[in-house]
Design a protein around this ligand. Sequence first.
Ligand code: NPW
Ligand code: K
Length: 489
Amino acid sequence: MSYFDSELTLLTPEEMGRADSLSIEAGTSEIELMGNAGRAVGQYIVEHYPRAPVSVLCGPGNNGGDGFVIGCYLRDRGWPVRLVQFGDKDRYSAASMYYLQQWGNPETYSPEIIEDASLLVDSLFGAGLDRPIAGAFADIVRLANETLAPTVAVDMPTGVHGATGQVLGTAIQADATITFFRKKPGHLLLPGRELCGNVALRQIGIEKQVLRLIEPQTIENHPKNWRLPTANVAGHKYSKGHCVVVSGPRGATGAARMSALSALRAGAGLVTINGERAALKEHASHLTAIMLRDEPLSELLNDERFNALVVGPGNGVSDATYHNVLTAIASNRALLLDADALNCFNSDPETIFNAIKKTNGNVVMTPHAGEFGRLFKNVELSAGKVEAARKAAEISGAVIVLKGADSVIASPDGRAAINSNAPPWLATAGSGDVLAGIIGGLQAQGMEAFDAACAGVYVHGLAAAQYGGEGMIATDLPQLVPSALAVAR
Ligand SMILES: NC(=O)C1=CN([C@@H]2O[C@H](COP(=O)(O)OP(=O)(O)OC[C@H]3O[C@@H](n4cnc5c(N)ncnc54)[C@H](OP(=O)(O)O)[C@@H]3O)[C@@H](O)[C@H]2O)[C@@H](O)CC1
Ligand SMILES: [K+]
């Protein structure tokens, strides 16, 4: 399964390099591609900034080649342009050489070329960045970031890695970033997303057919990629599923309550909280629409109508939780595991992974970075969130939601989605319990694990955005889920 048909597909710099080469093989010259890329940036600048002195900083590779095109485009339209070029001309590509000749003689670099500009164009490094920015280039980046002039970055802000969004050494803070053909993961992953400013995507003559050969596996999370369960007028509440949320003990019941309410708001037909009698007393004083049961989980699950489970929020790291998790996995229901359901297996992750691999693959895990690091000790987060989540999904057999301001959802089949709609105020205590409930509620309605996880993360972000600003607490979120679902539908 791969994302070859969508505008929302994301390409790593390596995959983008293949798209360039395949296009060139198919008859579009590199000169044409570079010309289209540079003109697209030039056009963006003319449309978005007032005419004023602009300095174009051109690096040693084809990103710099784009800069020559931009310089010519703006000069032709009467902009005062200064252009500097770094690197050895003997190593230029034919296309870069072609456009350098059109430009003429670049100036020798001096700091006032940056200091005196009203607008900077960063065409130092793009897809070819492969090591930390250091030395003279680091000084240039620092100076560019210190000036008040906005910077338009070509393809990627210099210093941001296109595949991971991580900063190599130091990076340009751009006002806008213009990229080509398809966005790159680094435009959505942090800190890259913040360094890009506004991201604009432009087409440069690469046919989307090349994606069939590249078979990209990563996509920007968006309602176009999944279908929410449809409301059926004649539908019975059981046709919308019955989700069981496992409660924590007395004194720790709030998390399960938040998950249960969220599952119901996400459209689950029925939601039952299962827990010990003392815990149910606490729930009973708060809840009306949620049912309460105090049987052992294995007995409760003899009733086939319970088709989805949420285990973990507020459950506590205990033998009881450990066994509830294994019971839930063995029941082969749609299952969401969060928080303590994961924490219970830190010293024994193989047990949970092996159990999941025996199921029909309907399990979602929602670790934040800390939980992820403890459960997946052999997976390096520093190699990038997408690759880490993908590896964890493969190891565990579960769909992984690696939570954060740039949550990544990855499937054991290799697909991954990057979410970018979460507002900063969503980072609040209990917001993970709400996410767990939304995903569990969607699973109860029959959405398969990966789609439910992607949709849940998106709706969670939208719900928080609809709150509108700081001051939101997690209990505000469940009632915002229905309107978020309506927008995402
Ligand atoms: N291909 C196409 O058809 C099209 C491509 N397009 C454009 O090309 C861009 C990709 O071009 P690219 O592959 O030449 O990479 P680019 O980012 O210019 O840098 C490579 C150079 O940087 C160097 N270098 C790397 N890191 C460094 C560091 N930290 N510090 C110092 N040096 C460092 C590296 O040096 P080397 O490793 O050889 O020493 C090499 O010389 C892409 O982003 C898009 O803008 C568009 O025109 C559309 C058509
Ligand atoms: K750049």
